[in-house]
Design a protein around this ligand. Structure first.
Ligand code: ZN
Ligand code: ZN
Length: 409
C-alpha cells in the first residue's frame, strides 16, 4: 500500500471512526500548517459523509515562536477569546470537532517558563467555553495525528529528515490500525475489547486502585458513582465517536480528595515544549504536597500552581504494558501516543462523563462526588512492566487487576 493510500485511509478513519460524522453536521477542524495534505483529505471525506460545512483553523509553530521571541512581555496574558467563543457557538449548534495534532513537542523548550505558563493559562481560560462542550461530551469529537518534520526529528533523532518523517508515519499508521486489511472493521473489533474491560470494571465498583512498583506506592480513590470509559462512546448528541485515534485505555474519574502515597513517572512528559523527566510526587488527601523532577522541575511546579485543582487528579487510566504503542518502544513526546503506552494519571480537570448521572447533578454534587476542577488536564505515565495494580472493593478487600503491567482479569 503506498503512502497516499494510507493517508487517505487515515482521513477516512478520522471521519468514520473518529467523528462518526452524521450527515448534515458541521465540522470545525484545527491543524498545524504542515498537516495541510491530511486536512484536505479529511475535508473531502467529511463532505462525502454529508458534512454541511467544514471550517479549518491552522496553527503555525514559527508564528508561535515569533510571539515568544518578539512579543511584549506584558502581552502574554492575551488569548483569542473571540475565536473560542465562536467555536463554543458552533459546538452549541451541533458542530463536530476534529483536532489534528503534530506540533513540534520542543517548540517552546528554550523560552521563558513564566511567559509559557502565562500564555497557557490565558489560553486555557479563554478556551473554557469551547472545552466545556467537549468535556461534557455534548458533541462528537476526535483527535488524530500528523507526522510533522519537527516532531519526527524529535522521535527519531538519528534518522535524516524525510526518513524520520516516514518512520513516524509508519508508527502512526500501525497504531491507528491503518495498515490492517479493513481499518474500520479493525476499529470495531478493538472497541469491542475495550468495552469488555470497561464493563468488567463498572460491575466491580472498586472504591480505589492501588499501584505498586519501583518508587510507587499509590492509592487512587475513585469518585463516588464513577463510571469507566474506553473505546468508542456515545456523545450526548447521540453520535458514537472515538475521541482519540489511537486509543488503548480504559479510564475513570478519581476522587479529588482521596489520593495518597507516592508515585514516579515512567516516561518523560512533554508539556508545551518542555520535557519533564523522572517526576516523583507525594499525595496527601488528594493533593500533591511534594514534587520533584530530574528535568523540567520548574515547569512542573508552575503547572501545579496553575490553580487550586492543578495539584489534584482528574483522571486515572489503565493500559496494558503489551499495548501496540508500548511494544513499538517508541517515545513519541506526544500525549495522544505516549498515554496509550502505559497506565497514567492526569493532573487537573475531571471528565464529568465519568460520573454516573452527571447530567442530573449540580456542580456542588459533582464536587462532592470527587470530580476535580482545574484549567489544566495533563496526563503523565505511571505504568510499566514493573507495576502491579489492585482494585480495592468496598469491603476493603484487594483484588489483582494487573501484574507486571498486564491484565490478570
Ligand atoms: Zn487518558
Ligand atoms: Zn487525559
Amino acid at each position: 500500500m503506498d503512502f497516499e493510500t494510507k493517508l487517505d485511509r487515515l482521513a477516512e478513519v478520522a471521519v468514520k471512526v473518529g467523528l462518526g460524522l452524521r450527515a448534515g453536521q458541521e465540522v470545525v477542524m484545527t491543524a498545524p500548517l504542515e498537516a495541510l495534505p491530511l486536512t484536505r483529505l479529511i475535508t473531502r471525506h467529511a463532505y462525502r459523509a454529508g458534512a454541511s460545512l467544514v471550517t479549518s483553523f491552522y496553527g503555525d509553530d514559527q508564528a508561535t515562536l515569533a510571539r515568544f521571541e518578539e512579543g511584549a512581555p506584558e502581552s502574554f496574558d492575551t488569548a483569542p477569546a473571540w475565536l473560542f467563543e465562536g467555536m463554543a457557538k458552533a459546538y452549541g449548534n451541533g458542530a463536530a470537532r476534529l483536532a489534528i495534532a503534530g506540533e513540534d513537542p520542543a517548540l517552546l523548550a528554550g523560552q521563558d517558563p513564566d511567559k509559557v505558563s502565562r500564555a497557557n493559562r490565558a489560553r486555557s481560560k479563554a478556551y473554557q467555553p469551547a472545552l466545556q462542550h467537549i468535556v461534557d461530551f455534548h458533541i462528537n469529537w476526535s483527535i488524530v495525528s500528523f507526522a510533522s518534520p519537527a516532531w519526527a526529528k524529535m522521535v527519531f533523532p538519528d534518522a535524516t529528515g524525510q526518513d524520520a518523517v516516514m518512520k513516524l508515519w509508519d508508527a502512526i499508521f500501525a497504531a491507528s490500525r491503518i495498515d490492517q486489511a479493513d481499518p474500520v472493521a479493525a476499529w470495531n473489533a478493538h472497541n469491542a475489547r475495550l468495552h469488555d474491560r470497561k464493563t468488567f470494571l463498572n460491575e466491580r465498583r472498586y472504591q480505589a486502585l492501588r499501584f505498586t512498583g519501583p518508587g510507587t506506592a499509590l492509592t487512587v480513590g475513585l469518585a463516588d458513582g464513577h463510571e469507566w470509559a474506553g473505546g468508542s462512546e456515545v456523545a450526548r448528541n447521540g453520535i458514537t465517536c472515538n475521541p482519540n485515534i489511537p486509543t488503548e485505555e480504559v479510564f475513570t474519574t478519581p476522587h479529588a480528595q482521596r489520593v495518597d502515597g507516592q508515585v514516579r513517572s515512567t516516561k518523560p512528559l512533554s508539556y508545551q515544549g518542555t520535557l519533564i523527566e523522572d517526576i516523583a510526587v507525594r499525595f496527601e488527601a488528594g493533593r500533591i504536597v511534594e514534587a520533584h523532577a530530574r528535568s523540567g522541575e520548574e515547569v512542573l511546579r508552575k503547572v501545579l500552581e496553575t490553580d487550586a485543582g492543578a495539584a489534584r487528579l482528574g483522571e486515572v487510566a489503565l493500559v496494558p504494558h503489551s499495548s501496540p504503542i508500548s511494544k513499538s518502544g517508541i517515545l513519541f513526546y506526544n500525549t495522544l501516543y505516549d498515554e496509550n503506552a502505559a497506565c497514567h494519571i492526569a493532573l487537573g480537570q475531571a471528565y464529568n462523563k465519568c460520573i454516573h448521572n452527571f447530567e442530573q447533578m449540580t456542580e456542588e454534587q459533582l464536587l462532592a462526588a470527587g470530580a476535580n476542577r482545574s484549567l489544566i488536564h495533563i496526563d503523565w505515565m505511571i505504568g510499566s512492566g514493573e507495576i502491579d495494580i489492585d482494585g480495592v472493593a468496598l469491603s476493603g478487600r484487594a483484588e489483582p487487576l494487573m501484574r507486571s503491567g498486564e491484565w490478570v482479569i
